[in-house]
Design a protein around this ligand. Structure first.
Ligand code: UGA
Length: 486
């Protein structure tokens, strides 16, 4: 982080950098979920004076005491450091817009405003909106929280403050946001976040790029200056483009994974190996080697929401997004394929079979189970009549019809098949000889490639891995002969 003077790659080829300097700013972050809390703690670490606001008073109290509610590597330490340095504080935001007087000054003399949240807002140079935008039944995103917040903060903010959308918002939100704020002297900027859960702090500190979109060059420059000490290219553009980069990136990555998972299904049928196939694909620099791991399907709080949101956006402007629609459909098919693979491993039926599921979160390193493919697999197993016993080191969920136990070995006790659904490193370290002793059957279906094939073989277990036909694997599903191939 020693390179404040990076060139700006501007859409359209303009390489001028907006006026940025590394001056610490007063920042308010509205919403202390994954995106908001990470942004607040990291910006405080960069030297800014940050106040995190949330409507959940109990949560604010815990955060103020340094207790972090999210499983995210390094985040608790950063929050603790921010609180200790005085750069980071938290305050409760009123759930409903309070009555406040006209905007106050930036010197702390905010006559009439008594609550901490309003004082922080009245002094803020930049306000980051990190609020939920839940998906409605039709795939559109509900922006009620953003609207409520904008209508609340509009009258409080000082002239010249910049309001930034950071968590995902529907494309076009910047226009509505300006209306809700109802202030000519406040600029709206889109600065989408690209961090991944589980590596959020690292992704914030070492981003591939910082995207800042807006019409007002001074406001864009101020938001870019928040990251002046981070060594990353800053891409400036209009707000609609910045909003579309966010959902476009997630839809692109989701489509890529649907493609990989489709190829892994094909591998199983034609005797190819997905590791070899992705190595070959990834060596083409136009494709790239990362984000090519097959799994039980993609999930989480972002890909499902953003793909559906993009399909809805296209429909709302009279277009279709058939590639994204197909990516969603392929992902659903893939979950069904995993369930069918487990059924085959259990002898052709799931009815009455005991299945151990290792992992419930949508990926390792997080406690987040939103739209988790592991849970969708569990649902499929239960629906097909299996008795499911599951375990996860971090998840705090109780899927219907499932018994949750403390660890992997306990889950495997008496199981016909073990399914590895999340890539927790704990599962790679399990003593497979113990597992084999306790199981009724002898097959592990590893959707995440965490189990060592040799260890499985030594323990007398059959390992079934998605799309992987080489190495120590016994095929369970009969492979049909290739039509037309001798
Ligand atoms: C995703 C994006 O990667 C972030 O850039 C973005 O900021 C974030 O959404 C967001 O919009 O907030 P995240 O949902 O945390 O991040 O998780 P990813 O690591 O991208 O994984 C998404 C899904 O794809 C998971 O189910 C994961 O298991 C799966 N995946 C990922 C694979 O199956 N294979 C891979 O090679 C990579």
């Amino acid at each position: 982080m020693d390179h404040p003077h990076v060139p700006i790659a501007r859409a359209g080829g303009d390489l001028t950098r907006p006026s940025t300097d590394a001056r610490p700013m007063r920042v308010v972050v509205l919403g202390t979920g994954y995106v908001g809390l990470t942004a607040a703690a990291c910006l405080a670490e960069l030297g800014h004076r940050v106040t995190g606001l949330d409507v959940d008073e109990a949560l604010v109290e815990r955060l103020g005491a340094g207790i972090v509610h999210i499983v995210e590597e390094g985040l608790a330490d950063l929050v603790g450091a921010g609180l200790a340095s005085g750069n980071l504080s938290f305050a409760a935001a009123p759930a409903a817009a309070p009555t406040v007087p006209a905007p106050g000054g930036c010197d702390g003399s905010v006559g009439g405003i008594v609550d901490t949240a309003s004082v922080a807002l009245a002094r803020a140079d930049v306000v980051l909106l990190c609020l939920p935008t839940p998906t409605r039944a039709d795939g559109s995103l509900d922006v009620a929280f953003v609207e409520g917040a904008a209508r609340w903060i509009g009258p409080i903010l000082a002239p010249g403050a910049v309001v930034v959308t950071k968590s995902t918002v529907p494309v076009g939100t910047h226009v509505a946001l300006a209306e809700w704020l109802d202030r000519d002297d406040i600029a709206v900027v889109s600065n989408p976040e690209f961090l991944r859960e589980g590596t959020a702090v690292r992704d914030f500190a070492e981003p591939d790029r910082v995207v800042v979109g807006g019409d007002d060059p001074a406001a864009v420059g101020r938001v870019a200056a928040l990251y002046a000490t981070i060594d990353a290219p800053v891409l400036t553009m209009d707000a609609a483009s910045a909003e579309l980069v966010k959902v476009g990136a997630n839809a692109f990555l989701a489509a890529r994974l649907s493609m990989v998972n489709e190829l892994s299904r094909l591998c199983e049928r034609v005797g190819a190996d997905i590791d070899d196939v992705t190595a070959g694909l990834g060596s083409d620099h136009r494709i790239g080697a990362t984000f090519l791991r097959p799994g039980p399907g993609w999930g989480g709080s972002c890909f499902p929401k953003d793909t559906r949101g993009l399909v809805h956006l296209a429909a709302s402007v009279g277009l279709r997004a058939p590639v994204v629609e197909a990516a969603i459909e392929s992902n659903e098919e893939h979950v069904a394929h995993v369930v069918a693979t487990v059924a085959a491993a259990a002898g052709g039926t799931l009815r009455g079979r005991r299945i151990a599921v290792w992992g419930l979160t949508f990926k390792a390193g997080t406690d987040d189970c939103r739209d988790s493919p592991a849970l969708r697999v569990v649902e499929g197993l239960v629906a097909a009549g299996a008795e499911v016993v599951a375990t996860d080191p971090a998840a705090r969920v109780q899927p219907s019809g499932v018994r949750i136990v403390a660890d992997a070995a306990a889950a495997a006790e008496g199981a016909d098949v073990v399914v590895v659904a999340t890539e927790w490193p704990e599962f790679a370290a399990v003593d497979l000889a113990d597992v084999a002793d306790g199981m009724r059957g002898a097959v592990i279906v590893d959707t995440r490639d965490v189990i060592d094939p040799l260890s499985a073989r030594c323990a007398g277990l059959t390992l079934r891995r998605l799309g992987r036909t080489h190495g120590d694997v016994a095929a369970i599903v009969d492979r049909p002969a290739l039509a037309g191939v001798a």
